[in-house]
Design a protein around this ligand. Structure first.
Ligand SMILES: [Ca+2]
Ligand SMILES: [Ca+2]
Length: 239
């Protein structure tokens, strides 16, 4: 409902803007359709499909420092150029732990975002990561991920990076880092800890071009293990 309203508002706003501008009439007629990239490109909410929540609200009594306060309402729509989709679905995933305790690495991008047992992969203790190969360079607008949302949890030392190569040596960019004391060895981060919910965690990637996406964690507030329900990468092939 909220998303639809936002879309209508965005579309109406754009139509008004275009009608006031000096753009040729032909272009005005095309306004509601997907606009080309570049200046004046139409921004629309990315097509997020959330899984069913497994619990109501967000508990306040978790003893985790630097914990982000819950928003108390659904997240605002995230805007990106029209045509941006989840380009991670079904893509190849590798991990620092290729023999998961529970489940398979493929579950990171299999499209199943349910919170129940059987829908997450469990990696071993300590610092672990998963790497998604998008298969080719993409403009990446957002990374949306769920570690676990059966019960409220906080995953520790979460770092999200983009790179041009699978080894994360070339053109590495850090989009999110809440490892305040550099446990992962990737540098100290300033982002806050957060509670996992069915909404997942959304990280802005600002259209950066990359082929590889990597997510680190070091266990969670309940145990030393690392989990992934799903990682989505909203983007489009780079030109
Ligand atoms: Ca999955
Ligand atoms: Ca740390």
């Amino acid at each position: 409902m909220t998303r639809d309203t936002g879309l209508i508002r965005t579309t109406l706003g754009l139509a008004l803007l275009l009608s006031l501008s000096l753009l040729p009439a032909a272009l005005q007629a095309q306004a509601p359709a997907a606009a080309p990239a570049g200046a004046g490109a139409q921004l629309v909410p990315i097509p997020i499909q959330l899984p069913k929540p497994m619990f109501e609200g967000t508990p306040q009594n978790l003893s985790v420092p630097n914990l982000q306060k819950p928003l108390g309402r659904p997240r605002d729509p995230f805007l990106a150029p029209a045509g941006v989709t989840n380009v991670a679905k079904g893509k190849k995933v590798t991990s620092s732990d290729m023999e998961p305790v529970i489940g398979e690495i493929e579950q990171v991008t299999d499209g199943d975002k349910k919170g129940a047992d059987g829908s997450f992969v469990e990696l071993g203790p300590g610092v672990q990561y998963v790497t998604i190969d998008l298969g080719a360079p993409h403009e990446v607008y957002a990374i949306l991920f769920w570690h676990f949302h059966k019960t409220p949890r906080v995953y520790l030392d979460v770092v999200v990076q983009l790179a041009d190569d699978a080894a994360f040596k070339k053109n590495v960019r850090t989009l999110f880092n809440n490892d305040s004391d550099n446990t992962d060895g990737l540098g100290a981060g300033k982002d806050m800890n957060y509670v996992e919910t069915a909404e997942g965690k959304l990280v802005d990637a600002k259209g950066s071009v990359a082929r590889y996406v990597r997510l680190y964690s070091r266990g969670n507030n309940a145990n030393e293990l690392n989990h992934y329900v799903e990682v989505e990468v909203f983007g489009r092939p780079a030109k």
